[in-house]
Design a protein around this ligand. Structure first.
Ligand SMILES: NC(=O)c1ccc[n+]([C@@H]2O[C@H](COP(=O)([O-])OP(=O)(O)OC[C@H]3O[C@@H](n4cnc5c(N)ncnc54)[C@H](OP(=O)(O)O)[C@@H]3O)[C@@H](O)[C@H]2O)c1
Length: 352
């Protein structure tokens, strides 16, 4: 490995966020990339992957032992759990185990980037103050993102490296077998509606249809994350990162329906986790009929996450001006992003 280059350690490299980060870094000549995940990954130019269980400190120590050239850690791993309290121990442990393993060997460590989200504002709990700002007061824990940030701030004190916290809205990207993937959930739900000859119905809470929200394109997020990790002014700071536009489902839903050549019917609150539970046979039949990639139904379904997003009957957006004030000026049109993701899913033969 060329030691004059920056070397990225992308933790959670198979995630919705991590995958796009690896892809972006792989386009930059001055970076080498090492991805970490339990399932490993296929090597490419300047990219290699290591299969490691970060919940196991001994495995982390063993597998990360040879990574002395790492200069930047991009932490985007995530362990899903059924309750906010249960999320804390595994998600803190993975970060601690990563730092415990990499810090002693990577003498040239410059930066640790921590992927966060609007959970730091309580956006998942109920109506919260919008637009949320990076300096808004914290709330009563448990919240794993507080524990992670507190740990990182304490660990960084007195060190040569710096940290940054990146706070995206709902992320638009492509990955399979991941618990939080709204675009894939919408695409599969719409494709199944079409297969059954049904119009497209918004399945969320009645009040969620007309509230303001925003998304973050995974590519834009990757560029912002690398920017924050390499811009000296951004050191030891957190940044909201979103597309830059707001939308309401009552405007976006008909556009999604139009893409899938579907009529729109009035919203009807339905738990996708419940009503899609018996749809594996339908998915398998569609896979056969439309000659799709043979992806297991559970790997294309993030129904619980889609239900969660569609339950937000309150505004869900942050103030994105801090990143702009510090020098990151990119934006993405959310409708264009969604259409692009659906096109990509079709190109990859993951939906009809
Ligand atoms: N997705 C969103 O819309 C969104 C929005 C805002 C904020 N966020 C935040 O961003 C972070 C990343 O989210 P994400 O959606 O990208 O997560 P994700 O798709 O579930 O990806 C998680 C990554 O962590 C890896 N991982 C999980 N357990 C591991 C273990 N024990 N050892 C090693 N690797 C492990 C997974 O790979 P393996 O399964 O192969 O191990 C995967 O690569 C989370 O904190 C999340 O809250 C996400």
């Amino acid at each position: 490995m060329n030691t004059t280059k920056k070397v990225a350690l992308v933790v959670g490299a198979q995630g919705v966020i991590g995958r796009n980060l690896v892809e972006h870094l792989a386009t930059l000549d001055d970076w080498d990339v090492i991805g970490l995940a339990r399932r490993g990954g296929a090597a490419a130019q300047r990219v290699r992957h290591i299969a490691v269980d970060l919940l196991d400190p001994a495995d982390a120590q063993t597998k990360l032992r040879g990574l002395e050239h790492v200069t930047h850690v991009f932490y985007a791993a995530y362990q899903d759990r059924p309750s906010w309290a249960e999320l804390v121990p595994p998600n803190l442990a993975m970060l601690v185990n990563t730092l415990d393993a990499i810090e002693p060997v990577a003498a040239g460590l410059q930066h640790v980037s921590l992927m966060q989200g609007y959970k730091v504002y309580g956006g998942h709990l109920g109506p919260f103050k919008t637009p949320a700002r990076e300096d808004d007061a914290q709330f009563m824990p448990p919240e794993f993102m507080f524990d992670q940030q507190r740990f990182l701030e304490a660990r960084q004190a007195g060190k040569r490296w710096h940290w940054s916290g990146i706070r995206p809205a709902v992320v638009g990207g492509i990955a399979l077998g991941n618990p939080m993937n709204l675009a894939v959930a919408i695409a599969v739900y719409a494709s199944m509606s079409k297969e059954l000859g049904l119009p497209l119905r918004f399945p969320g809470k009645p009040g969620a249809y007309d509230k303001l929200l925003e998304m973050t394109d995974a590519g834009l997020l990757a560029r912002a994350t690398v920017w924050a990790a390499t811009e000296p002014r951004a050191a030891n700071q957190a940044f909201n990162i979103s597309n830059g536009d707001l939308f309401r489902w009552n405007d976006m839903w008909p556009k999604i329906a139009r893409y899938f050549e579907l009529d729109v019917a009035p919203p009807l609150p339905m738990s996708l986790d419940t009503i899609m539970a018996d749809k594996a046979p339908l998915w398998n039949a569609m896979t056969h009929k439309h000659e799709l990639q043979p992806v297991a139904y559970q790997h294309v379904s993030s129904w619980r996450f889609a239900d969660f997003v569609f339950s937000w009957d309150y505004d869900m957006f942050g103030d994105g001006s801090k990143a702009r004030r510090f020098g990151f000026h990119e934006f993405v049109d959310t409708e264009t992003m969604l259409i692009g993701l659906f096109d990509d899913l079709r190109r990859r033969k993951l939906i009809p």
